[in-house]
Design a protein around this ligand. Structure first.
Ligand code: UD1
Ligand code: CA
Length: 454
């Protein structure tokens, strides 16, 4: 049966104490709402409709995609009202699943179970048992244990308040039944709202018409109302990711001290030390070792590569058996071939470095094409910027650049060329020859060091 998904995201989120819409606050590096959208997509629905609030234009702008339909709910008159606003955009036939933009960890598997369990009934309900059910709508069951209604906290009597089974809010409806029930909703309750939950009572007027699935993982159904809950779910998300990585063959020095804000894939026997952050898509080959405090963004690292402490790598492609760091910065559009060595306090930007070349200490290499077997001495700088334009440096295979050299681009260093330490190179240098630019060293006879009186 065709599935439509409605994501409710119009709530104000006052308790976030933020000028930003709640569903744009980030979990694992992306907005809460984008987690829900991604899970919704994984069910291959025919439509995804997002109900957003009046201050939500930024929400729409930052997450819009061709497969999303956006519906403005100008006044937040309740969850039932929110779904009513979405109804004109939904198919008349099929099923409607209601999700929430601030419940980010709901899983595909749980939703599939809800879909399976609902079969043959008009309403499916995801519930949970909580030790402390305060604040939630409570599930009412009859003596046959059939679900017959939901009573909101503010409308509940003392007996009902003791019920531990709660409404997660996630519901699955037959489309045609939903539109009938929605038109019957009234707001004569303690909050003066149109409660989507009243559909349950309407559905239950037919026998055995409501299916319930109990979700055992509380984190999946947890909504975020403040930044404390946001931080808690962030840890839950990160722990789950860390567990998957370890079960797939990566050693983590401490699964509580890794942050993955995107997708990290790792081959066999990778080793990740503490406090590493991975953003965007990061792919590690087999046996990659990452030291502590490393940040890697949208990059690919080949087998056996070693990244030492406190290095940052962004939008780069790194070969096999390469060593980077400690304290190295690899900036976007850098390609390092196999067995390259980049040492401490080295910055590399938009450069290609071929097989087994070394830049071991205190250097800046930008806009450079470097061959293989090159050795770059400490303190070498490619002067790639003239204040207006960037220029290229080319360094041939097996060149040897003495320490403290400035290569003023555009410039080419020949194959096998040697550059004397301390040179400022402004012209192309020939293959296999020693080139240096250095004022002659002199010693002044009879010079005396000044001394203070007394
Ligand atoms: C709702 C349920 C309650 C359930 C709880 C789970 C109803 C009447 N009650 O209560 O049974 O236990 O969720 O957290 O549904 N929203 C809109 N537009 C509105 C109102 C709400 O988009 O006009 C969205 C909010 O952004 C939020 C969600 O719906 O994401 C839930 O709204 P909220 O007001 O928090 O409902 P609760 O009172 O918590
Ligand atoms: Ca709530």
């Amino acid at each position: 049966m065709d599935l439509n998904i409605v994501i409710l995201a119009a709530g104000k989120g006052t308790r976030m104490r933020s000028s930003r819409a709640k569903v744009l606050h980030q979990l694992a590096g992306r907005p809460l709402l984008s987690h829900v959208i991604e899970t919704a997509r994984s069910l291959s629905p025919k439509k995804i409709v997002i109900v957003y609030g009046h201050d939500g234009d930024t929400v729409k702008e930052s997450l819009d995609a061709p497969d999303l339909e956006w519906v403005l709910q100008e006044n937040q008159l309740g969850t039932g009202h929110a779904v009513r606003e979405a109804l004109p955009y939904l198919d008349k036939e099929g099923q409607v699943l209601v999700l929430y933009g601030d419940v980010p960890l709901i899983s595909k598997a749980t939703l599939e179970e809800l879909i399976r369990t609902k079969e043959g009934k008009e309403l499916g309900l995801l519930t949970a048992e909580l030790d402390d059910s305060t604040g939630y709508g409570r599930i009412l069951r009859n003596s046959n244990q059939d679900i017959v209604g939901i009573v909101e906290e503010k409308d509940a009597n003392e007996g009902e308040k003791k019920i531990k089974e709660i409404n997660t809010g996630i519901m699955l409806f037959d489309s045609s039944a939903l539109s009938n029930w929605i038109s019957e909703l009234k707001n004569d309750n303690a909050q003066g709202e149109y409660y989507l939950t009243d559909c349950v009572r309407l559905a239950a007027s037919d026998d055995n018409n409501v299916a319930g699935v109990k979700c055992s993982d509380i984190h999946e159904i947890s909504g975020i109302n403040n930044r404390v809950q946001l931080a808690e779910l962030e840890r839950v998300y990160q722990r789950q990711y860390a567990i998957r990585l370890m079960l797939d063959g990566t050693t983590l020095a401490d699964p509580e001290r890794i942050d993955i804000r995107g997708q990290l894939s790792a081959g066999l026997d990778c080793d990740i030390d503490i406090n590493c952050v991975f953003e965007g898509r990061v792919k590690l080959g087999d046996g990659v070792k990452i030291g502590p405090n490393v940040v890697i963004i949208n990059s690919i690292l080949g087998d056996g590569t070693l990244v030492l402490a406190n290095s940052v790598i962004e939008n780069a492609q790194i070969g096999k058996d390469t060593t980077i760091g400690p304290f190295a910065r690899i900036r976007p559009e850098t390609v390092l071939a196999d067995k390259v060595k980049v040492g401490n306090f080295v910055e590399i930007k938009k450069s290609t470095i071929e097989y087994a070349s070394k830049v071991n200490h205190l250097s800046y290499i930008g806009d450079t094409k470097m061959g293989s077997g090159v050795n770059i001495g400490a303190g070498t700088i490619t002067c790639n910027y003239d204040g207006a334009f960037k220029h290229q440096t080319e360094i041939g295979n097996n060149a040897f650049i003495g320490s403290d050299t400035q290569l003023v681009a555009p410039v080419k260093v020949g194959e096998g060329a040697t550059i004397g330490a301390g040179s400022t190179i402004t012209k192309d240098t020939p293959d296999d020859k020693l080139t240096l630019s250095r004022s002659k060293q002199i010693t002044i006879d009879g010079w005396e060091r000044p001394e203070k009186d007394g």
